[in-house]
Design a protein around this ligand. Sequence first.
Ligand code: C5P
Length: 226
Amino acid sequence: MGKITIAIDGYSSTGKSTVAKQLADWLEYVYVDSGAMYRAITLYAIEKGFISETSFDSDKLIKHLPEISLTFVKNSEGKAEMHLNGRNVEKQIRTMQVSEFVSPIATISEVRSKLVDQQQKMGEGKGVVMDGRDIGTVVFPTAELKIFMNATAEQRATRRYKELIERGDAVTYAEVLHNVQERDTIDTTREDSPLRKAKDAIEIDNSEMNLEDQFHIILQLAKDRI
Ligand code: C5P
């Protein structure tokens, strides 16, 4: 059986990573969460003081980019976790603070080109499911299967809010909804690689769809192309 490349793009918190992981497990493909890479660079910028509520020094971050090494390392349960310069940051990159600053960081072209290079290398041998915002348009424009996921902002915020509360984070639904909408705006209006549905992507609105149905629809689309 030949291997294909599967690109899953869409707005924040549309459940891209859940279905991408399920697909990768089923097909025995590699799953890459490209958002985790943008989040790890954001954590680095926060820790170094390059970005805060009151300041944003993108030049300093650009200068330090060669010092940043990002790797996915499997934990004892086989789940890939994000490591920043050898340190496991899987938990820290999912906080509201990182969510707040990640979209401004992702507008920086030097950040994008570093990550796109690394993502393209990870997908060289095909057999990869990658989710993000520019996977079907920039990272793998010739991917055999491109999915563009959407759902209402309220549905997405409700899902993300539940996840954060389950993790024990002190957030309100209003904060999460605001963050989801703000990231959508920045991600769709930035100059470099804005979030767009690729011409040949299949759009799935999962506002009213359960996870199982969604998985089976996408799995069938993948099987048709293998
Ligand atoms: O997927 P996730 O919501 O974790 O991504 C966090 C942020 O990283 C997005 O809101 C977007 O600003 C940025 N991102 C991006 N390109 C990607 C993946 C994520 O710009 N391929």
